[in-house]
Design a protein around this ligand. Structure first.
Ligand code: ADP
Ligand code: MG
Length: 255
């Protein structure tokens, strides 16, 4: 049975999508069958694995709003072992359209059930908000991986995120847990980043991964080529650290 992990933080630009794509690719390289679900209307995870808009017939919007079978939206990526449920800009209307629907918080949960046993890991790339799309992701997930940018105000907004997690635990998904907290974009040349990491460790304790993702220009270049970091520049520091993260995630699950 696949382990479902939502990558969430309502702040934009903290590394949710970069982590979804590259953790997914590295888990696949370790022999796992991985499904990435793009749940952001920006579609950055979709384009980041090389899927062009004109290749997408149905996407996550059709699944959530029109009950289209999730299984039929899955597309292979150019990374072996990694598949994706794509998102397009039409997802931007989903939150409003879902508001008036039945079981609006558990649509993704129901949709994932059909494919859960075919994958080892299902990663959901959440949008930068705590709206219905994120609630759907939390209701459908076993755990949440929280990327946190290693800079000032890193902890800002995290109490709101924790409140949302508690609400979902209470009303929809009592088993939901924190998978881990990932420090991203660390600039090793400054003391600030290291201080922020210490601060986040004080707050989240051993939930913070040993692996820290450095600021690495190769990580920011890869998506414009539609490639994961391990395909774009396997020798980069970014690739090395995402490989280390994948091993840490597997170890947390006793593998
Ligand atoms: P989110 O999904 O949380 O909005 P992204 O993963 O899209 O964040 O990252 C925001 C921007 O920062 C993107 O342009 C991405 O390429 C870049 N980026 C992400 N992680 C790193 C990193 N470790 N080093 C350098 N650039 C990064
Ligand atoms: Mg994103």
């Amino acid at each position: 049975m696949g382990i479902v992990i939502a990558l969430a933080n309502q702040k934009g630009g903290v590394g949710k999508t970069t982590t979804s794509v590259n953790l997914g690719a590295c888990l696949a390289d370790l022999g796992k069958k991985v499904l990435l679900i793009d749940s952001d209307a920006q579609g950055n995870a979709t384009s980041g694995v090389g899927i062009h808009k004109n290749k997408i017939e149905k996407d996550i919007y059709d699944v959530l709003v029109n009950d289209y079978p999730l299984e039929k939206t899955i597309i292979a990526t150019n990374h072996k072992g990694l598949e994706i449920v794509p998102a397009t800009i039409q997802l931007s209307g989903a939150e409003i359209e879902l508001t008036s629907q039945m079981a609006r918080e558990s649509r993704l949960l129901d949709a994932i059930k059909q494919v859960k046993e075919k994958y080892d890991y299902i990663l959901i790339d959440c949008p930068p908000s705590l709206g219905l799309l994120t609630i759907n992701a939390f209701s459908a997930s076993d755990s949440i991986l929280i990327p946190v940018q290693s800079e000032y105000y890193a902890l800002e907004g995290l109490s709101q995120l924790m409140n949302t997690i508690r609400l979902v635990q209470k009303h929809f998904n009592p088993e939901l847990s924190i998978e881990g907290v990932l420090m991203t974009m660390l600039d090793a040349r400054t003391n600030l980043g290291t201080q922020v990491v210490a601060e986040v460790r004080k707050f989240f304790k051993d939930k913070v991964y040993h692996t820290i993702i450095p600021r690495n220009v190769r990580l920011s270049e890869a998506p414009s080529h539609g490639m994961t970091i391990v395909d774009y520049d396997p020798a980069s520091r970014g690739a090395a650290e995402y490989r280390a993260l994948a091993k840490e995630v597997l170890a947390d699950h006793g593998e």
